[in-house]
Design a binder for this molecule. Structure first.
Ligand code: ZN
Length: 82
């Protein structure tokens, strides 16, 4: 079993090996459908394109560079009180 054989939650989706191709496919899809498409890394090790942003912290630039925004810590813990 290779790493790419990991279970994919969306096996029907097209798979892209790198964020660069996924970004290109997303841009292409967006042009066709007239709505934004979002490339995202799947647990299966491939990249997919979704019509909904799967992870807002993850951004793929047009050159394929992946930016991962670290989750912002809650400014105040006070709001957590129930
Ligand atoms: Zn997958």
């Amino acid at each position: 079993m290779t790493a790419t054989d990991a279970a994919c939650p969306t096996p029907a989706k097209l798979r892209y090996a790198t964020p660069v191709v996924a970004r290109r496919a997303a841009d292409n899809d967006a042009a066709i459908h007239g709505e934004p498409r979002y490339p995202y890394a799947c647990p299966c090790g491939w990249w997919h394109v979704s019509s909904k942003p799967r992870d807002r912290r993850l951004r793929v630039a047009r050159d394929g560079t992946v930016y991962v925004r670290k989750p912002r810590k809650t400014p105040t813990a006070m709001e957590d009180a129930s």
